[in-house]
Design a protein around this ligand. Sequence first.
Ligand code: SF4
Ligand code: SF4
Length: 393
Amino acid sequence: MTEQTTFSDTDLCVKCGLCLPSCPTYSLSKNENESPRGRLALIQGWAEGRLEATNTLTEHLDNCLTCRACEQMCPAKVPYARLVNDFRSETANANNNNNKLSWLERSLIKRLTGQHRKSLNGLLRFYKKTGLNRLPLRLNDYLPSKASANHFNKTYPSLASTKMGHVALFTGCASEVIDSKTLKDAIFLLQHCGFEVSIPQNQHCCGAIDLHAGNKNQTLKLAQNNQTAFSDKHYDAVITVASGCGSTLLEYDQPVSKKVFDISDFIAPYLSSCSFKPLKASAWLHTPCTLKNVQASGTDIANLLSNINKLTVHSFNSQQNCCGAAGTYMLTHKETANTLLEQTLAPLKQQTTDYLLTSNVGCAMHMHAGLKQAGLNTTTLHPVSLLAQQLEV
Ligand code: SF4
Ligand code: SF4
């Protein structure tokens, strides 16, 4: 990720259209301007001075989920996400997705992704006390009643007879506040696989939310801070539990980016030495776009879960679209996000399922809200939480 923005890579697009069927916004609208090819043409026209960054033009770019499904299909390897993020950064004052949020929603997100997460509880209390949470604010569906920031030790020892190494855990702003359970389960599993786990206390948000909102300078600042926080040469790996964060850390410059691993990829080789209690239950396994399209390592998470006897795991169709969460997209583009959510959850509404497993906190929040709204009792968990729950110790 560099400060410089260049749009000449839009010329790489040969207009073949192979990316169109994989694009959720094109599939819903059948509008070329809502397709990857159309959006690249709009960026190109703007960069060459033929088009103005009007609200209509920037809206087509803002409607993109940055799911990167198009990049997977592109034979010309157009760096689509980089171009869209740079476009958003250059036109941030003309239009900005976060401008669609209320002042309070913007403040809560700023606290969540910023360096003052401890003050989030105060804002959450104010939010509940004033009755603002009864207003139809989009965040209502997702926020916990209490934030739980920073209840982690600096380091956790290996709990296996043979120490395998020393890793650092990237906690992530949303995971730390909203889903500390997944972080604790990841630490527990890593300890039992033989790893000492450090939590660098000076780490910050990965910068994904700022990047997608056109605030690239803030992302570069956060990246710089995290490079320092994870610079200890003794760390064999930097582990992420939310694929949204992991895919952003991978875009950092080295040395941090080359040490980044998703927790499932990292623990896969070590699980054979662990024993798991059987669990007679059914689960649907969701693969977030950031894991499928950016962090893809080929680890078969369903295969990892097969360590748990009697657990039946269903996987979504490999053509499964983005669930609609996409960072703050679920808040700024509620209608499209809900349509995609309906499509994603359709199989779970046809048969009773005990668990919905997903590796990204944003997807988990969005799908959990959808399951709740549909009156379903399915528990949403990270796959490592189910592994940690069933681990024999
Ligand atoms: S990133 Fe996703 S939503 Fe955006 S153009 Fe590509 S496929 Fe479509
Ligand atoms: S697949 Fe790639 S080259 Fe073809 S239209 Fe889409 S972005 Fe352009």
